[in-house]
Design a protein around this ligand. Sequence first.
Ligand SMILES: [Zn+2]
Length: 149
Amino acid sequence: MSSGNIVPIACKYGCNTRIYWDSSQNAYFEVFTQKKHDCPNMLSMINTNKNSKSADMIPAEYHYQQRTKLKPKMSNSFELLSGDTVIQIQKQYELLSDIVSNYNGKVHGSQRDYNGKTGLLDIVVYYEVPEGKREEVKENFEIEKTRLE
Ligand SMILES: [Zn+2]
């Protein structure tokens, strides 16, 4: 960057350093040292904000929020996939696992089977999704499944 483009300003965090914006580096540089300006005042400001934020929160409330964030209540279910070919089953399985993960759920496992009555391949897929989302997952799966065929 040529020096003609430098527009020096005083650091807004009050550290008395002349700086300029270098758009190619996407950072403030110090006019005098030509180094990236890691402002000591800004860092202490961020730390102060962080401290005052966590101090506002009652510990019990904070821990409850952390716990529920880590482990929401889950609902379990399964779907029976069946089709003439392995590819059909694969597509249904992939579709289901995509939908389940879109809802922040998890596929637990599956069980293969051969349906003697229909002659179709069967696979039972077990999964869990956050509480209250089970019906949405099933509806979505039914709708999307018809598009596969
Ligand atoms: Zn500064």
